[in-house]
Design a protein around this ligand. Structure first.
Ligand code: SF4
Length: 330
C-alpha cells in the first residue's frame, strides 16, 4: 500500500433536490455532506454505517455516477490525474475504464438473456477496448480464469450458477477493463456466510495480483474487520470516525462507532456483553437535526451537541473523530 492517495475528497457534498408530494420547491436530501477523506493507493478501504447513512451515494460520487453538489474529488493513479468536477468527455470515458463498481445483488446484476462470455465482454465492446472478436475472447478468458471461472462457464447463462459463482461473473465484468479503483457496494451481503469468505478471499487475491484499490462498502463490521486496512464510519451523510482498522476496532472513539462495535455478536461463551444499544432510528436526511447529527441517539449528548456540529479532528496517528467529548468518553 502506498502513502499517496488514489482518491482525495475535500468537503464533498451530494444533495438531491426533492420534488412533488409533501416537499416544498427548495427542499434537498443531503445524502452526503462535507466529506474530507483520502483513500490510499493499494488499500482495502472500508466504509461502514447503517442503511441511510450515505455510504452508497459517497461510493457513487467517487465513480462520478451522481452529481457532486459541492467540494472536490481528485483521482491520481500515477499515470493520470483527474479533478472529477472538471473532467472533459474523453477524460470521463478514460475514468470509466479505471474506476468500476461491483454490485450488491449478483442475481439482479446479470442479464438472464446473455451468456457469461457476452456479459464479461460487454464493457470491452461498449468502451471499444479491443479491436477484434479474437482479442475480446482472449481478454474474457484471461479475466475469467483470474476469477476462477472456466471455459465451460463462459458458454452458459447466469441462471445456471449459484450466488457465489454469479458474483464471480460480476467481478470479472468489473475487472475486464483493467480498472485501478473498485467500489464494492455490499458485494457479499446477499451471499451465504461460507460463500462470503470465498468471495472476500478472491477480492483480496485480485487486489494483490492486480494492484487494485478497493472502497468496500458494508454494514457488517465483522466482515470489514477481517478484510479492510482502513475504515471510515458514516452517520447521516457525515464521516464521524476514520482510522486504520486495528486502531478503530481496538480503541473506537466515537459513541456511534462504539455502539456499532459492541453490537457485533461474540462466539466466546464467556464473553460478557457490554452492548451499548442504539436507541431509535437514524433521522431523515431531508430533515437532519441541528448540531451533532447523532445527538438524538447519543447517551453522552450535552447542550453543545444540540447546537454545534463537531468537526472531524485528529485524535492520534491517522485516527480522526468528530465528537465534542471523545476525550472524556475515552
Ligand atoms: Fe454524542 Fe455529543 Fe459526541 Fe455527538 S458530539 S457523538 S452527541 S457526545
Amino acid at each position: 500500500m502506498s502513502d499517496s492517495p488514489l482518491i482525495s475528497a475535500r468537503d464533498l457534498s451530494v444533495h438531491f433536490k426533492l420534488r412533488g408530494g409533501p416537499f416544498s420547491k427548495n427542499q434537498f436530501l443531503k445524502a452526503v455532506e462535507g466529506i474530507t477523506v483520502d483513500i490510499p493507493k493499494g488499500s482495502f478501504f472500508g466504509l461502514v454505517g447503517e442503511s441511510g447513512s450515505g455510504k452508497t451515494t459517497l461510493g457513487r460520487a467517487f465513480l462520478k455516477a451522481v452529481p457532486i453538489s459541492r467540494g472536490e474529488v481528485h483521482y491520481a493513479d500515477g499515470e493520470v490525474e483527474y479533478d472529477l468536477q472538471a473532467m472533459s468527455k474523453p477524460e470521463l470515458a478514460e475514468y470509466r475504464k479505471r474506476a468500476q463498481l461491483i454490485f450488491q445483488d449478483p442475481y439482479a446484476a446479470l442479464s438472464p438473456r446473455m451468456t457469461v462470455r457476452d456479459i464479461i465482454a460487454e464493457p470491452l465492446e461498449v468502451m471499444k477496448l479491443t479491436s477484434s472478436r479474437e482479442e475480446t475472447d482472449e481478454r474474457v478468458r484471461e479475466i475469467a480464469a483470474k476469477c476462477r471461472l472456466n471455459l465451460e462457464h463462459l458458454r452458459r447463462f447466469p441462471h445456471a450458477f449459484s450466488g457465489g459463482q454469479r458474483q464471480r461473473i460480476s467481478i470479472a465484468r468489473a475487472l475486464v477493463s483493467s480498472p485501478r479503483f473498485i467500489v464494492a457496494d455490499e458485494s457479499v451481503a446477499a451471499l451465504d456466510v461460507s460463500i462470503q469468505a470465498d468471495i472476500l478471499n478472491l477480492l483480496k487475491s485480485l487486489q494483490d495480483e492486480l494492484g487494485l484499490t478497493f472502497l468496500f462498502i458494508s454494514h457488517d463490521l465483522s466482515v470489514v474487520a477481517h478484510t479492510c486496512d482502513h475504515v471510515a464510519v458514516m452517520y447521516l451523510g457525515r464521516l464521524v470516525e476514520t482510522a486504520p482498522t486495528r486502531d478503530l476496532f481496538d480503541a473506537p472513539r466515537h459513541p456511534y462507532t462504539k455502539a456499532l462495535l459492541s453490537a457485533i455478536p461474540s462466539l466466546d461463551p464467556d464473553h460478557v456483553s457490554k452492548a451499548q444499544k442504539l436507541e431509535g432510528e437514524i433521522p431523515s436526511p431531508t430533515n437532519p437535526p441541528p448540531g451533532c447529527k447523532f445527538h438524538t441517539r447519543c447517551p453522552f449528548a450535552t447542550e453543545i451537541c444540540k447546537t454545534t456540529e463537531p468537526k472531524l479532528e485528529h485524535s492520534g496517528h491517522e485516527h480522526d473523530v468528530a465528537c465534542h467529548h471523545w476525550q472524556e468518553i475515552d
